[in-house]
Design a protein around this ligand. Structure first.
Ligand code: SF4
Ligand code: MG
Length: 340
């Protein structure tokens, strides 16, 4: 069976005053029905742009999008605004780091969920209100009928995020895109929200794309992981493989910065040194090479001259884009290398 979402060679460029930014530079992945893909990367890695592009939430006048993204038979790249509007909320919805970007301060939480539900289903007011209250209850908001009549500013950060999840899921979409949904929350509430997403996913069969800078969050919930760096996929595969046997030096660096319960108390947690590159003028070769502790030395190093492509690194669809994995340190392009 085909995946719910198949993204192939997605490319997104922005025209800016300083030149062309390749925000997403040839990214491919699948999302299976009812499963969770974690997309991980630092800010500027292209992880958010990838998802906004799928929903048509970018500025088309200054943006070029190429490639393909097929959601259950519908091509999203180049789709009309009308097609995308019909999909948003109904088949695909989104939750963001800051719920106040999605919730209006001028309407009660209940009214906003009612409006979303009615717009997509044509349900009557009474039925939609019942449905809104049911969803608020399902996301763990106590006294849902009363709280439905309150404005978002009366909700705590965690409760607001729950309300946004209720609104995002009220039409039971096939795909939920959650972009840093727990980043603004404290650790305890963060864990509760991730648990909630997992429960709702099990009940509703929703596929989730979880966008985060935090590999620890992904470890908790993702079935598959895509690690992005400078607009490209650097590692992709089943979460267990990527997290237990990471192949890309960047993924290993991210993992070293994630605290774990099993850690000895004195295990040092270090962020990956350095900063992500400018997408206006990314480094030649492997964009990660200025920060890589395993960069292949010497003149003519492929790390400095050729961009590595994803290659299989074991079974189960685990892939990484690193010259060390392609065995190309000496021999140039290895036969196992393939474009995708
Ligand atoms: Fe490091 Fe070279 Fe691999 Fe890039 S290709 S991650 S610079 S070893
Ligand atoms: Mg972002």
């Amino acid at each position: 069976t085909s995946p719910l979402l198949a993204v192939r060679d997605l490319r997104v460029r922005f025209a800016t005053e300083g030149g062309v930014v390749k925000a997403v530079d040839g990214v491919s992945f699948d999302v299976e029905r009812g499963r969770t893909l974690g997309i991980v990367g630092e800010s500027g890695s292209g992880k958010s742009v990838t998802n906004l592009t799928l929903l048509g939430l970018h500025n088309p006048a200054r943006t070029t999008v190429e490639g393909s993204a097929v959601l259950d038979g519908t091509e999203l790249v180049g789709a009309s605004e009308r097609t995308l509007r019909d999909l948003r909320g109904q088949r695909v919805s989104m939750v963001f780091q800051d719920p106040l970007t999605a919730l209006s301060p001028y309407y009660t939480v209940g009214a906003q969920i009612v409006e979303t539900y009615r717009r997509h289903t044509g349900a009557g007011r009474r039925e939609a209100l019942d449905r809104a209250i049911e969803m608020l209850d399902r996301v763990g908001i106590p006294q849902a009928a009363r709280r439905a009549r309150e404005y978002p500013h009366l909700f705590s950060g965690g409760m607001r995020q729950r309300a946004m999840i209720a609104m995002a899921l009220v039409c039971e979409p096939d795909l939920l895109i959650a972009d840093e949904p727990t980043t603004a929350l404290d650790v305890t509430v963060q864990a509760q929200i991730l648990d909630l997403l997992g429960e709702l996913q099990a009940q509703l069969g929703t596929a989730i794309i979880l966008v985060t800078h935090d590999l620890g969050v992904v470890a908790d919930v993702a079935d598959e992981v895509l690690v992005m760096y400078a607009g490209r996929a650097v590692e992709l595969g089943p979460a267990t493989r990527v997290l237990e046997t990471p192949k890309h030096p960047y993924t290993r660096g991210l993992l070293a910065s994630v605290p774990r319960l099993s850690d000895p108390l004195d295990r040092p947690l270090r962020p990956v040194p350095g900063a992500p590159p400018s997408l206006l003028a990314p480094p030649p070769g492997c964009a990660f090479h200025p920060r890589c502790d395993q960069v292949i030395a010497g003149p003519g190093s492929p790390c400095r001259t050729r961009a590595p492509v994803l290659v299989g690194v074991g079974d189960s669809g685990h892939e990484a884009a690193c010259h060390l994995e392609a065995g190309a340190g000496a021999a140039g392009v290895g036969s196992a290398e393939r474009e995708r």
